[in-house]
Design a protein around this ligand. Sequence first.
Ligand code: PEP
Length: 253
Amino acid sequence: MRTPLIAGNWKMNGTRAEALTWAAAAVEAAAESPNDAAVFPPDVWLAAVAEVVGDAIGLGGQACSWETSGAFTGATAATMLAEAGCSMVLCGHSERRHVFGETDAEVAGSVTRALEAGLTPVLCVGETLEEREAGRTRDVLLRQVDAGIGATRGPADPLIIAYEPVWAIGTGKAASPTEAAEAHAWIRARVAETDAERAAAVRILYGGSANPDNIGGFLEVPDVDGALIGGAALDPATFGRMIRHAPASAPEA
Ligand code: PEP
């Protein structure tokens, strides 16, 4: 009922030519897959990538401002992403929170601006290693989920959540499927506290050193509805294998 979404976050990587090649490969893989796919290129390549992907796969920005417009040098408004062809945007990616210092309130503002612009926010949440070791993982996730969901206008708003433990991103040390299962269950239960229907429908992606060898383990977890992939999405063949991944029980597309 929830079609898995396999999404690639290219971060600050790739030339224009590479972006177009990677996008074409993702479209090709998605055509042969039971999964949905999406790519999140650097902003400057969005319009060109939009021409390649059309409606075949999702296209998203990596972040948007919590402001609508104005004197915010270097920032991108959600409306600009929409006009460039995006259908979604990452809100509160770990690197935005921990490298650029975005707060829960700012992430919440980005969620609101995204929705106003007609984009699906992909709300990224995740604990640091210190928080996990202090036994605070659940508290941190629920706080981040509450802030993000509180910024939506109601249950009819589109929303995707990505659980991305900070300690697993770009480290080669993925969470175990058991750790992901626990975190995803906490997140879905939290959404269910206010809206059971939304909780049943929302896709919750796992992110953090996912690769072709471990993605199957994550996708077997009932509450894991896809993956947000960084490093492994920079190789089109590797990312293509992940897009094409089908659970043993699923019919091939
Ligand atoms: C990410 O940036 O969202 C991510 C999950 O990165 P990586 O796959 O490289 O850990």
